[in-house]
Structure formats: structure tokens, C-alpha cells
Design a binder for this molecule. Structure first.
Ligand code: PLP
Length: 370
């Protein structure tokens, strides 16, 4: 065996995205004990910086020691009890996974379905809530990475609250990439990931729970079925105060990486970060339009950080993507489900949302398509 030296790629797919060198350097620092006072100080700073990133004052704001999918499970496992009716919005891959979470927990999923590439329909959600007064939770994906569509989280949360529901919102791709305001919009349980717009490696899932969500958790009739994800236990480890109880061993060095990415986020300023994603999206769009390549999602609902575009007529998807990888060290994403073979998903997430990446991607595509 030999040491593994990965090729240096430019990552412009649906994640992971490019990790900033500062984050990689932070991760190479010495491992210390996870109950070392120095580490606990870093944990506290990380929590405060996540409150900044989420725009929330929620005390229960922390990173789950596992990827975005585990953040999803944390929200559902803690909030859904057997028999609970949960409205799940499905307009892509990740909504389907939410439904899977609900049914495996013994909940009843009431589905509001929209076409892939479209935003969640506010009207359909409202009508479904009117028809089913016993729905307790509304769950939806803010930024559907499988399609590149953004849904109106603010409106969806407002309607959910009008019907006395709490909300579970997937912001794995939206956090730090586009406008997101947890407290102002009334999001109750939110999860995200480090590998998309935070410019950190995969493996950590920031979450945040509002008072309303904690109230539902505290009033459960049955214990949370997952031991690892039970927030009652996890909070004894990540909670306030100097006394920390061992729950699991935090991924120490990966958390150094998240911490550094949050230092960088505060340096740039959250709003500026959103603006950078938008600007790079506009530049990419201008270049693609010039090449005659069109977008799948209508302009109003388009994510800046995930650009789903139609593959030009007569062009072979896999050939182009492998040529980009082999000749330019450039990764772009393939389509999923019904869109497989028909679209590319070009990510501009986190450190990948840079002018030189846009220029490289446009030049490489032009060359390969010629
Ligand atoms: C990437 C992603 C996830 C899953 O995150 P992992 O880190 O791959 O587990 C969940 N939801 C959305 C919208 C995503 O884009």
C-alpha cells in the first residue's frame, strides 16, 4: 500500500464543493481531547458562529457529528412520534427522503407533490393544511439540490404556523449560499451540511431548534428511538456550561475545519457571501446563455449555488463529464431521476463560487462541446 494522494480537482457539482486551503490547514492541527477545555472553548465559538450563519438566537444550535443526512434524521427522530401526521413537500430527491424518515418513525406522511424543477406550491400546502386539521409538522426542502429549485421558506413557515404546525426545513444547500433567516421566517427545526456552501469537508450537520420545536420534543410520550441522535442526550455534551458529559467523541479535526470556515464566513460577512453566490451565478448564466445552454428552473425560483441546465441536443452526458474530469480536473454533476442524462448540475457553492471557477467551467465546456 501507498499513501493516498488524491488528484487536485475543481469541484463544481452538487457537493462536496471546493474546501478552502485555510480550512484544510486548520484540520491538520494537532488532535486534542474532546473534553479538553481548549476544545470546549472552540465548541462554544462554533455554536455562536452557527447562530450567526442561521440568523437565529436559538440556544439549541449545534453541529451534529455526521453528514447532512444525519441532520435530517436528527430533526425527524426528535420531533416525529408514532401516529403524528406530517405534511411532506416533495419536489425532488430530498423531499422523498423526508417522507422515508416520517414513515420509518411510525408517522403518517401527507404528501404535497410538485414537479421536479419547480418550487413547492404554497397554494397546495395551504389547501392540504385546511383539509387536515390534525397535521402537526410541515417539512420541506428550501434548496432542492437535485433540481436547482428554491422554495419560499418564509411563506411556507407562515402558513404552517397559521395552522399550528411546526416546521422542519432542509437547508443543506442554502445555508451560506442564499438568503436564510431562521428567526425572522419562523423556522422551527433546521438542518444543514458543511460540504455545500460552507466550504468545509463533508461530515458535519449544523442544526437549530426553536422553542416551539423544543416544546414538542420535551412533551413526547415516547422516547426518541435513536440513541445517538436523541437531542436530550446530545445536549448534555454540546450544551451550555463547563460541565460536559461524554456522549460520543466529536470528530475533533473536522470540527476545526468547520470552525475555520465559520471564521471565514464572519470575515466576509453573511450578506456578502450570499451576494458572491448570486454574482457568480449571473456570470455563469451569461456565459451559458451565450453558448445556447438553457436552465431547467424558471428564473424566479432558481438557486444561484446549483445551476441545472439542459444538455444540448446530440451531446452525450457521460462523455462530456469524463472529458471535463480527465482534461480539466473539473467535476460537474449529473442529473438524477427523470432528469438523468438530460441535465447537468453545475455547483457554485462556498469556495467554489469564484470568478476563476466560472471562467474555467465556461472555457472547458466550450472546448469539450466544440
Ligand atoms: C447534500 C444534501 C443532503 C445530504 O447531505 P449529506 O452530507 O450528503 O448527507 C440533504 N439535503 C440536501 C438538500 C442536500 O443537498
Amino acid at each position: 500500500m501507498q499513501s493516498f494522494n488524491p488528484p487536485v480537482r475543481t469541484l463544481m457539482g452538487p457537493g462536496p464543493s471546493d474546501v478552502h486551503p485555510r480550512v484544510l490547514q486548520a484540520m491538520a492541527r494537532p488532535t486534542i481531547g474532546h473534553l479538553d477545555p481548549a476544545f470546549i472553548g472552540m465548541m462554544d465559538e462554533t455554536k455562536t458562529a452557527l447562530q450567526y450563519a442561521f440568523k437565529t438566537e436559538n440556544e439549541l444550535t449545534m453541529p451534529v457529528s455526521a453528514p447532512g443526512s444525519a441532520g435530517m434524521e436528527t430533526c425527524f427522530a426528535n420531533l416525529v412520534e408514532p401516529g403524528d401526521k406530517v405534511l411532506v413537500c416533495i419536489n425532488g430527491v430530498f423531499g422523498n427522503r423526508m417522507k422515508e424518515n416520517v414513515t420509518r418513525l411510525g408517522g403518517e406522511a401527507i404528501i404535497v407533490e410538485d414537479k421536479w424543477g419547480e418550487a413547492v406550491s404554497i397554494d397546495k400546502v395551504e389547501a392540504t393544511l385546511k383539509e387536515n386539521s390534525d397535521i402537526k409538522i410541515v417539512a420541506f426542502v428550501h434548496a432542492e439540490t437535485s433540481t436547482g429549485a428554491m422554495s419560499d421558506a418564509e411563506k411556507l413557515c407562515a402558513i404552517a404556523h397559521q395552522h399550528d404546525c411546526i416546521t422542519i426545513v432542509d437547508t443543506v444547500t442554502s445555508l451560506a449560499g442564499s438568503e436564510l433567516r431562521v428567526d425572522e421566517w419562523g423556522i422551527d427545526a433546521i438542518y444543514s451540511g458543511t460540504q455545500k456552501c460552507l466550504s468545509a469537508p463533508p461530515g458535519i450537520s449544523p442544526i437549530s431548534f426553536s422553542e416551539r420545536a423544543i416544546h414538542k420534543l420535551s412533551n413526547r410520550k415516547t422516547p426518541v428511538t435513536s440513541w445517538f441522535l436523541d437531542l436530550n442526550l446530545v445536549m448534555a455534551y454540546w450544551g451550555k456550561g463547563a460541565k460536559r458529559a461524554y456522549h460520543h467523541t466529536a470528530p475533533v479535526n473536522t470540527l476545526y475545519g468547520l470552525h475555520e470556515s465559520l471564521v471565514m464566513l464572519t470575515e466576509e460577512g453573511l450578506e456578502n457571501t450570499w451576494g458572491r453566490h448570486t454574482q457568480n451565478h449571473l456570470d455563469l448564466k451569461a456565459g451559458l446563455t451565450e453558448m445556447g445552454i438553457g436552465f431547467v428552473v424558471n428564473e424566479a425560483d432558481r438557486l444561484p449555488q446549483l445551476n441545472t441546465v439542459w444538455i444540448p441536443e446530440g451531446v452525450d452526458d457521460a462523455t462530456v463529464r469524463s472529458q471535463l474530469l480527465n482534461e480539466y480536473n473539473l467535476e460537474i454533476g449529473a442529473g438524477l431521476g427523470d432528469l438523468a442524462g438530460k441535465v447537468w448540475r453545475i455547483g457554485l457553492m462556498g469556495f467554489s463560487a469564484r470568478k476563476e471557477n466560472v471562467t474555467l467551467c465556461l472555457a472547458a465546456l466550450k472546448d469539450v462541446l466544440k
